[in-house]
Design a protein around this ligand. Structure first.
Ligand code: UDP
Length: 328
């Protein structure tokens, strides 16, 4: 049985869909704070509850034969983490502490962890390698780095093996159009851009056009959520094969500016998308592009959605299917 903490969230739900497609048995824990009931796969066993609740988590581990944990349960909004860092330390760091304690108690020795490019902070070079310095510029990234460090020492002391996946900009939706990105409030570029052709917003704000990039807007490395989900499955398999702990970047290795994303979205939707230049958003590095060579070589990861149009197209399908997102 694979335990997916946060399996009702955006990336968690897509990972559950791929795991079940591959014949895995899945149990989900989610407090539904940001996850959605409607995103839960019907074949997964579901426990509604919080990973910080020791007794609750203990019951989940007692009632199920857990072999591996895939851990997504965390808060992930950069701006909010700067306003309320303690919330992030409590849910992300303390939550992971209780999870590790419970794993230790029940002798579960494998975990795949949802990490982030925000662990790097301002990059020293592009593309970013896993060995580059980690100096987060926001509290969210700092809590994810703290969680990675907790895994490192849990491995040292208790031999709990971890694979940490540092994602860059995850976007797109499941090919069925039945599940997709649904944050409230939404802060991510691609869903916000698509709100314009959906008639939900008049224009998209471009946060700064005076960066040191080829058109002045920020460059990001966009990666499809199903490709990210597949990397988790490869990580589970690698741990099953007795792999040591490791950290991998997940990106396409190609950067797109905000303006290029808007142009690609115009092409995909066939509709006009108005934009307005606004001031820079705090804490945004000019460029974030991953080297995912290590994941490709060691995990055998091979992203399928390599064009930005195919990523946006899958997001468009989802938003057209559910313009108001999940009901639950
Ligand atoms: N962005 C923007 N307008 C928006 C939302 C985001 O110009 O309404 C920019 C943001 O400044 C960043 C890029 O789009 O340069 C990607 O932002 P997002 O929040 O999607 O992801 P992040 O890179 O912060 O993880």
């Amino acid at each position: 049985m694979i335990l997916v903490c946060g399996g009702a969230g955006y990336i968690g739900s897509h990972t559950v869909f791929e795991l079940i497609d591959q014949g895995e048995k899945v149990v989900i824990v989610d407090n539904l704070q940001t996850g959605h009931k409607d995103a839960i796969h019907e074949k997964a066993k579901f426990y509604e509850g919080d990973i910080r609740n020791r007794d609750f988590l203990d019951k989940v581990f007692s009632e199920n034969e857990i072999e591996v944990v895939v851990h997504f349960a965390a808060n992930s909004i950069v701006g909010e983490s700067m306003e309320n860092p303690i919330k992030y330390y409590d849910n992300n760091v303390y939550g992971t502490q209780v999870l590790l304690e419970t794993m230790k108690k029940h002798n579960v020795k494998k975990i795949v962890f949802s990490s982030t490019a925000a662990t790097y902070g301002e990059p020293e070079r592009i593309p970013i390698l896993e060995t580059d310095k980690t100096e987060p510029t926001n509290a969210y990234g700092e809590t994810k780095l703290a969680m990675e460090k907790m895994f490192k020492w849990a491995d040292f002391a208790y031999k709990i093996k971890y694979i940490s996946l540092r994602y860059f900009n995850v976007a797109g939706a499941h090919k069925s159009g039945e599940i997709g990105e649904n944050h409230s409030p939404e802060t991510h570029l691609i869903p916000l851009v698509l709100q314009v052709p959906l008639g939900k917003r008049k224009y998209i704000s471009i946060f700064g056009d005076d960066y040191d990039t080829h058109d002045g807007t920020c460059v990001r490395d966009y990666i499809h959520v199903t490709d990210v989900a597949d990397a988790h499955i490869l990580a589970v398999k690698k741990l099953r094969n007795g792999s040591d702990s490791s950290i991998y970047n997940l990106g396409n290795g190609e950067g797109f500016t905000v303006k290029e994303i808007i142009e690609a979205a115009k092409k995909v939707t066939g509709l006009d998308i108005k934009s307005s230049i606004e001031k820079r958003r705090k804490g945004d590095p000019a460029k974030l592009v991953a080297s995912s060579q290590k994941a490709m070589t060691e995990l055998g990861w091979n992203p399928k959605y390599t064009s930005i149009e195919s990523i946006i197209d899958s997001a468009w399908k989802w938003h057209k299917n559910k313009p108001d997102g999940f009901e639950n």
